[in-house]
Design a protein around this ligand. Structure first.
Ligand code: CDP
Length: 579
């Protein structure tokens, strides 16, 4: 290892160290932390780089390169990689989708497999659409079936009992197709039952449904066992019920199944029916995906006195990140042989970005502006094209993914990729804390706020970009920061210069329309999907929610999630005094 590499120690704040100590840093048998953040990155780098040996490369070279991009907080792999690389668990992916078959043994097999995945820090998505509707006949017993929602409760209880890595509870996504006969019960299920708290739920809608919802037309409900039409519902009524529930407490979300399957790189292997828990990763049943994110805030340089994006350096980091994620596939131990086969067959990876709001602050662009949306497209188009370039180069070195001949790329000389997909935009809930950046592509929640970590520890945080500007322009004071922490926004605070107020917007200053436009801009250049929450003020209406759903559909998003302030009892982030 070179001196230069060892000299890079990650800059880690107090709050971050708390997070790392709880779950990421290795502990001895007595529970004492035995690793520094730098040693954690070295453990991960050397474990992942060992994959290079099989391709005739020197693992030591890549270990140092991988260490460098992580220790400088320019790139981080998803949490399970940081937690489990080089440990007995060895499961490195964050996202899984498991099939739920219409039989008791199939359902309970999946409950078991989900438990194994949760234990390793992964999240699971399921489509319950294949289960026979409630009250259908059960052939072997002559009884009646209890339907998807009642089985979801079993998954929920199992999840509750298996805490991820000791403290993190497993996350689940349940999808039900809008034409399943139990759809209304599903839409209302989280309202009706507290037994589904470990689930995000999403209605899987078709293009046909969305068109009919605009005009109040009926659509068919279909028995998943034989495709028989068993009833009809009015599409507008169902759409409005979804909107009403989402307004009420954030669930259900909506996913656009036809749009997702347009981008399915291997339709011959099956249709995509579900996503992972936070919605950014559509996958086939038994498929998993490793995610990773580059921290855009780290790629701003001064050029001729003006802040600019250092694309040359970003490009190099992207190429290394793609290699890292591809190596991760070979180094990960998956809980089931079928998953290993699927993952090695398609080699999907999901590289995305975090720190986008920080980037906008540095470039002095308001999030809610056409220039910011144009920048989103520019940056993500770059990430996508560099990631594809890197995946093509890896294919030349190591071969295309095993199922390439069954993929949509099979006759395309220019798209001989190592990976069936290369880009995904993750929420980066924990990664952004580690990187000290704004999360994913979200606007900042507040310029100064109380962060609650792992359910109980709280920290007052002031955004470093804002702090720097406040100090440079002479309006910084502790009293002002406290005042901002109470409201979360500086809108209307005349003691702050107008030019600053324009740039430093936060989630609630950004209207829903801008949130959706931003999501669509990133989706345009992302193979998989984009994690984004459209934040709404407490007094938003159901009509606002309906507008968001239809515009997300019109703009080509793959799904959308809304959150109205105060609509859930336990908000992860809260503005001090406001909740
Ligand atoms: O930042 P981190 O890598 O921890 O995760 P994230 O980007 O916030 O979430 C990415 C994915 O990790 C989610 O969509 C889930 O699939 C999974 N996840 C989970 O299983 N359990 C959690 N508590 C958080 C995330």
């Amino acid at each position: 290892m070179t001196e230069a590499v060892l000299a890079i120690e990650p800059e880690i704040s107090e709050a971050t160290l708390t997070v790392l100590k709880r779950r990421y840093l290795q502990k001895d048998k007595r529970g004492r932390v035995v690793e520094t953040p730098g040693q954690m990155f070295m453990r991960v780098a050397s474990y992942i780089a060992a994959a290079e040996k099989a391709h005739g490369n020197d693992p030591g070279v890549y270990r140092d390169l991988f260490y460098g991009i992580m220790a400088r907080l320019e790139f981080l792999p998803n949490s399970p990689t940081l937690m489990n690389a080089g440990t007995d668990l060895g499961q490195l992916a964050a996202c899984f989708v498991l099939p739920v078959e219409d039989s008791i043994s199939g359902i309970f097999e999946t409950v078991k497999n989900a438990a194994l995945i949760h234990k390793s820090g992964g999240g699971t998505g399921f489509s319950f659409s294949r289960l026979r509707p409630k009250d259908s006949r059960v052939g072997s017993t002559g009884g009646v079936a209890s339907g998807p929602v009642s089985f979801m409760k079993i998954f929920n209880v199992a999840t509750e009992q298996v805490k991820q890595g000791g403290t993190r509870r497993g996350a689940n996504m349940a999808v039900l197709r809008v034409d399943h006969p139990d759809i209304m019960e599903f839409i209302l299920c989280k309202q009706a039952s507290a037994d589904l708290n470990n689930f995000n739920i999403s209605v899987g809608v078709t293009d046909e449904f969305m068109v009919k919802a605009r005009t109040g037309l009926p659509y068919n409900l279909v028995d998943p066992r034989d495709g028989r039409v068993v009833g009809t519902l009015n599409a507008t009524d169902v759409f409005e019920a979804m909107v009403k529930q989402a307004w009420h407490n954030g669930d259900p979300g909506i996913i656009f199944l036809d749009r997702i399957n347009q981008d399915n790189p291997t339709p011959l292997l099956g249709e995509i029916e579900s996503t992972n828990p936070c919605g950014e990763q559509p996958l086939l049943p038994m498929e998993a995906c490793n995610l990773g994110s580059v921290n855009l805030a780290k790629f701003v340089v001064e050029k001729k006195g003006k802040p600019t994006i250092d694309y040359a350096s970003l490009g190099k980091t992207i190429a290394l990140a793609v290699r890292f994620l591809d190596d991760t596939i070979d180094r990960s131990i998956y809980p089931l042989d079928e998953i290993t086969a699927m993952v090695r067959g398609n080699r999907k990876i999901g590289l995305g970005v975090m720190g986008f709001a920080d980037l906008l602050f540095a470039l002095e662009l308001p999030y809610n502006s056409d220039r910011a949306v144009a920048l989103a497209e520019e940056v993500m188009a770059f990430v996508q094209s560099e990631a594809r370039k890197a995946s093509r180069a890896l294919a030349q070195e190591r071969g295309v993914f095993e199922n390439f001949d069954k993929s949509v790329f099979r006759n395309d000389k220019d798209r001989r990729f190592r990976n069936a997909t290369v880009t995904t935009i993750a929420p980066t809930g924990t990664l952004s804390i580690i990187a000290g950046s704004s999360s994913g592509i979200e606007p900042l929640f507040a310029l100064s706020f109380i962060r609650t970590i792992m359910d109980n520890e709280t920290f007052l945080e002031v955004n470093p970009h804002f702090m720097a500007v406040a100090q440079a322009q002479g309006f910084y004071s502790e009293a002002l920061m406290e005042k901002i922490a109470k409201t979360g926004t500086i809108k209307g605070m005349t003691e702050i210069p107008e030019s600053v107020r324009k740039v430093f917007v936060t989630a609630h200053d950004v209207s829903p329309a801008w949130h959706v436009k931003m999501q669509a801009a990133f989706q345009k250049h992302t193979d998989n999907a984009v994690s984004k929450t459209v934040n709404l003020p407490r007094d938003a209406t159901e009509h606002d929610v309906a507008e968001i759903y239809t515009s997300a559909f019109d703009f080509g998003c793959k799904g959308v999630t809304i959150y109205r302030d105060g609509s859930k009892a336990n908000q992860v982030l809260s503005i001090s005094g406001a909740t």
